[in-house]
Design a binder for this molecule. Structure first.
Ligand SMILES: Cc1cc2nc3c(=O)[nH]c(=O)nc-3n(C[C@H](O)[C@H](O)[C@H](O)COP(=O)(O)OP(=O)(O)OC[C@H]3O[C@@H](n4cnc5c(N)ncnc54)[C@H](O)[C@@H]3O)c2cc1C
Length: 449
């Protein structure tokens, strides 16, 4: 599998992985095909995931700029077409209490506001007619041990107090009776918003909307080489693709966890690509559903340092996800999907005989400070947004909207997400050693501490 820390390119015209989403999504919408000539454009966007598509859509709608999107493989071939489909009011991994301590209440509220806008924007785009199998609202955080239930309850109380956020507290019994009988759950909290979708259909919907606004999308068009030509206002970014050269006044890097090794100095050593793995089981029979009392189609995540997440899909299959291999080379090892199945069975012992029909993995991008950053170079002609830390389905759309403002020369809110670069990883060549260390610590913490 493509490994962003080693490979120079994610490939050219690679097919979608054998995921459940690709199997059920139907026929992909049209795009402009591979770029087959040299072109000059105002704005080129590299990567056709949620970030790139949202940036293109908002540039066209709100700033009258019709961008050209260059995608190495297929629309949403990266994380946007492979994720768990949890639309959540969050991104990054930094708790609000830490933000408040570090930057004060106003900044913390500013960040919360951006997360809320992300979900609102996703909903309003879906309302324009995107069929993405949206499920009933509700996001359940399950405490995997009693001490974590206390921590969840205090986090919920802070959010209720600070933001008036509607958070329900559920004892183990409430959870088992009203939602599902997860045997590893020691209570939970439930947010009323947050919902599940088919992520690939969502991306295809964005693509349709963007093309209706005049955006050009070239798939099978990897940017393989990049240099600058000219000086000052006349500077052009020159992007080499297999069958055409793109000269652009401005370029947006929207490649997140799929950013190839050495792609551009602006993002070098600023993220850590991490694999997340998903399995999708056979459809559960009515007896199996009853035995687990699996009533809910809310999206569910636990409190482990090495988190597991799951949801019931519209056809009664269970999607179950967690960490994957450390390197691209190890990604296809069945060990990782078997491990997920084993944990699923400890949550729901009634599913002892269940098998999985699909498994795949994808790269997410971790940031050293646990926050996404939307930033640019000094000349204001190269921009990026990345570092969603595995929570980007909704916020990447907000990030795309803010990127569009930056490209159009407008100000963005004065919060660290938009005003500071992603911090560099110290000892960057050893990032994966650090990741391995974190996994070992996580295992100990989740079991013993
Ligand atoms: C398994 C998994 C589960 C997840 N589950 C959730 C979830 O349930 N909820 C949630 O909020 N978040 C989730 N995430 C995270 C979320 O999917 C991402 O944050 C989000 O999709 C990032 O979108 P993006 O457009 O920035 O990047 P991507 O969707 O990764 O798109 C980047 C694109 O750039 C292209 N590209 C790279 N290099 C080049 C190049 N040189 N030339 C041209 N194109 C290039 C790639 O081919 C790729 O298509 C999950 C991620 C994974 C991997």
């Amino acid at each position: 599998m493509y490994d962003p820390l080693h490979d120079k390119s994610p490939g050219c015209d690679e097919k979608y992985p054998d995921s459940y989403w690709a199997d059920v999504a139907g026929i992909p919408p049209k795009h402009e095909g591979q770029l087959d000539r040299d072109i000059e454009v105002d704005v080129a966007i590299v990567g056709a995931g949620y970030t790139g598509l949202s940036c293109a859509l908002h540039l066209a709608r709100e700033h009258g700029i019709k961008a050209t999107v260059l995608e190495a493989n297929q629309t949403a071939w990266g994380a946007s077409g492979r994720n768990g489909g949890f639309v959540l009011k969050s991104s990054g991994r930094k708790p609000y209490a830490t933000m408040q301590k570090q930057w004060g209440e106003e900044v913390m509220r500013g960040i919360y506001h951006e997360m809320c806008e992300g979900v609102d924007t996703v909903k309003s785009l879906i309302d324009e007619g995107i069929d993405c199998e949206q499920q009933d609202p509700g996001y359940i955080r399950v405490a995997h041990k009693p001490s974590m239930f206390k921590a969840l309850v205090s986090a919920a109380k802070l959010q209720q107090k600070m933001f008036g956020y509607d958070v329900q507290i559920l004892s183990r019994q409430d959870l088992h009776q009203q939602y599902m009988a997860d045997q590893n759950a020691h209570g939970a909290i439930r947010y009323q918003d947050g919902f599940g979708i088919n992520p690939l259909k969502l991306a295809w919907g964005y693509q349709r909307l963007a093309r209706q606004e005049g955006v050009k999308i070239h798939c099978a068009t990897p940017v393989e080489n990049w240099y600058e030509q000219g000086q000052n206002e006349k500077t052009l970014q020159v992007l080499h693709t297999p069958n055409g050269i793109v000269k652009a006044k401005k370029v947006v890097i929207a490649t997140n966890g799929y950013t190839p090794n050495g792609f551009h100095g602006l993002v070098k050593n600023r993220t850590l690509p991490v694999l997340s793995q998903i399995i999708v089981t056979q459809p559960l029979s009515p007896q199996q559903l009853e035995a687990c009392n699996f009533l809910t189609s809310n999206v569910i995540m636990d409190t482990r340092a090495l988190k597991y997440y799951y949801r019931k899909l519209p056809d009664n299959r269970i999607l179950f996800g967690g960490r994957g291999a450390i390197t691209g080379k190890g990604a296809e090892d069945p060990y990782f999907s078997k491990r997920l199945l084993k944990v699923l069975k400890t949550n729901f012992p009634a599913l002892q005989n269940i098998k999985y029909d699909y498994t795949w993995s994808g790269w997410l991008s971790m940031a050293l400070d646990d926050l996404p950053h939307i930033y640019q170079n000094e000349q204001q002609n190269v921009f990026y947004s990345m570092g969603y830390c595995g929570a980007g389905v909704s916020f990447s759309v907000q990030a795309g909207k803010r990127l569009a403002q930056k490209v159009a020369g407008q100000d963005t809110p004065n919060i660290p997400l938009y005003q500071k670069a992603l911090p560099k990883f110290p000892f960057a060549p050893f990032r994966r050693v650090g990741q391995w260390g974190f996994f070992q610590y996580g295992k100990v913490k989740d079991t013993w501490l």
